[in-house]
Write a protein that binds this ligand. Structure first.
Ligand SMILES: *Cc1c(COP(=O)(O)O)cnc(C)c1O
Length: 393
């Protein structure tokens, strides 16, 4: 079925689910089978050697998991997609599938904490060159890319200060030197941003966040050009970080409402960002949808919505955060993001807990910063909740 002429809301529901399921089921069956049987040995051989479609063993492919891969493939406008046990598995498998001693990667300083650990701790052990540039210094990034590199790794908007990176400009620079551009699209989701259409070669997701959307399943997804996805898939088959059928089902189920949730979260986050910006007890608000945000123009050009995550700093120090956060009634104080329920936490305790105060300051992360992942609750209730907690300061 050619989904290119349909809207994303339609695709989210139907992609991967157009062939009839067993017994006429109207939702994806959870096929837990480890192996798949063949009476015809010639057919088995054809499937095993990739000459015919089918499944052999669930570490490699699984029918339930394939439904999810098909949804993300179509939503991102990609040739191929594959999946992983977690978002970090998607990131690490992609990096290790393409990098080897003597290769060089260029990236930004504000990548997700786990990706940053790979760049700083793991890749150097394998003699892979790593250069991390200031996230919004595109001139410096272009200069580093032009020196020659094999892989450009980007993430936008970034965690937790929502910096915006110009995907089209940097992907073009990478293409000139024959480097692959990989973009972590977790914060934006394919509803708000499609990096492949902007020139990236591969796009990856922590499906644990907005795609699943209910904080009840972990997974990672990768899509892009078939040849590149195949390279990572072959590494993952052997590395073994495969996604299981149960979480794949939950993520695919969550994705059916992806567009509905993201539309709501985009709208609520913008309303909340504007409200907090005008509040005397709030020092600074970081949200790419605000005209005052330094990345607003690029965000407007490359995103169709500004996303469900914002962060803000309180006037005062970390003690204010300790008073404020527990007063919120409609926010889980927890790591993670992108759920139907609002989640809030200080980067000092969550994403950037392993850094020192000095390192956080270098990244522009104030100690009184709070990351706020807007859920699908009514925006008026969230604003009243925030106002109530702010009044306690
Ligand atoms: C959470 C997250 C990851 C890692 O995903 P896991 O599913 O937790 O392994 C990667 N990138 C971003 C931007 C994230 O928010």
């Amino acid at each position: 079925m050619d989904f290119s002429k349909y809207q994303k809301s339609t695709t989210s529901v139907w992609a991967g689910e157009t062939d009839p399921f067993t017994s006429g089921a109207v939702t994806t069956p959870i096929i837990k089978s480890v192996a798949f049987a063949y009476d015809d040995l010639d057919e088995w051989h054809r499937v095993a050697t990739g000459k015919a479609e089918g499944h052999i063993y669930s570490r490699n492919t699984n029918p339930t998991v394939q439904v999810l891969e098909e949804k993300i493939r179509i939503l991102e406008g990609a040739e191929a997609a594959t999946s992983f046990a977690t978002g970090m598995a998607a990131i690490s498998n992609t990096l290790f599938a393409f990098l080897a001693p003597g290769k060089r990667v260029v990236s930004i300083k504000d990548t997700y904490g786990g990706a940053s650990r790979i760049f700083l701790d793991f890749l150097p052990r394998y003699q892979v060159g790593v250069t991390l540039c200031d996230t919004t210094d595109f001139d410096a990034l272009e200069t580093e890319i032009a020196k020659g590199c094999d892989l450009l790794y980007l993430e936008t908007p970034t965690n937790p200060t929502l910096k915006v990176v110009d995907i089209a400009r940097l992907a073009a620079a990478a293409r000139k030197v024959g480097a692959i551009t990989v973009v972590d699209n977790t914060f934006a989701t394919p509803i708000n941003q499609n990096p492949l259409a902007l020139g990236a070669d591969l796009v990856l997701h922590s499906a644990t966040k907005f795609l699943g959307g209910h904080s009840d399943a972990m997974g990672g997804l990768l899509c892009g050009k078939k040849e590149l996805v195949d390279t990572v898939f072959q590494f993952r088959e052997i590395n073994g970080a495969s996604l299981q059928a149960d979480p794949a089902y939950l993520i695919a189920r969550g994705m059916k409402t992806l567009e509905l949730r993201i539309e709501r979260q985009n709208a609520s986050a913008l309303t909340i960002a504007r409200h907090l910006k005008a509040h005397p007890r709030v020092q600074d608000v970081f949200y790419p949808g605000l005209e005052s945000h330094p990345g607003h123009d690029i965000a407007k050009a490359q995103m169709s919505g500004f996303g469900g995550i914002l962060s803000f700093s309180l006037a005062g120090d970390y003690d204010q955060v300790k008073t404020f956060l527990p007063k919120l009634q409609f926010a889980h104080l927890a790591a993670s993001l992108g759920s139907v329920s609002t989640l809030a936490g200080p980067p000092r305790t969550t994403s950037h807990v392993e850094l020192t105060a000095g390192q956080r300051s270098l990244l522009g992360i104030p100690e009184s910063l709070i990351r706020y992942s807007v859920g699908i609750e009514h925006v008026n209730d969230l604003i009243a909740d925030l106002d109530n907690a702010l009044a306690s300061l």
